[in-house]
Design a protein around this ligand. Sequence first.
Ligand code: F6R
Length: 234
Amino acid sequence: MEIKIFKNANDAAKTVETIFAKTLKSGDEVFGLATGSTPETTYARLVTSDLDFSNATAINLDEYYGLNSDHPQSYAYFMNKHLFNKKPFKHTYIPNGIAEDPQAEIDRYNKILEENPRNLQILGIGTNGHIGFNEPGTDFASKTQLVNLTEETIEANQRFFKKREDVPKQAFSMGIDSILDADHIILMAFGENKADAVKDMIEGPVTELLPASILQKHNHVTIILDEDAASKLS
Ligand code: F6R
């Protein structure tokens, strides 16, 4: 694990942009992408950069179950707004939050993942150590699943919704095994509320109780932190 600590998320985003640029330059064009607050500064930099993603493929980690792509809190909407509408990709994939047959949607997504191995995977981390929506206790060998969100995750994501009852209770998530398939994984974490999860991910045991801890076993991981998120590291 390589750990880089920056003053703030904007400085961190410059480095992540450089990694995107290098990846593209080497001819690698399949990107696993995340949503949430954490990657926003990175996507803002990609949008204003001169990088060309018109031959690239984006595969997102997750989507709320029950929200369609034009719901403002859906992850499809987020990606269009923050990245794809301004910086077109050749192919973009995200689970269909309103799939009538969840198992068929899971199978469809796993096939997409099999056919498009990721060169670079972007991750955030939940305060409980989740990656994607793989909550504590998820099998490290998991593929795409329809997951039940924990109370902690619902609480953390409530800030994007008018009321707590509006936060979906389930989501489709790329599994941990598929996340680990990527050649290079960048996990970003900003803010003091991530400091405990970051410490456990880097310094704690590898355990399914802290899903992000499995990254200790991957051979090419870059952890990008701001000073607050790094504040509890020894
Ligand atoms: C989102 C995702 C989640 C978030 C995590 C942190 O696609 O997979 O794991 O990365 O919940 O969310 P933020 O960035 O909003 O703190």
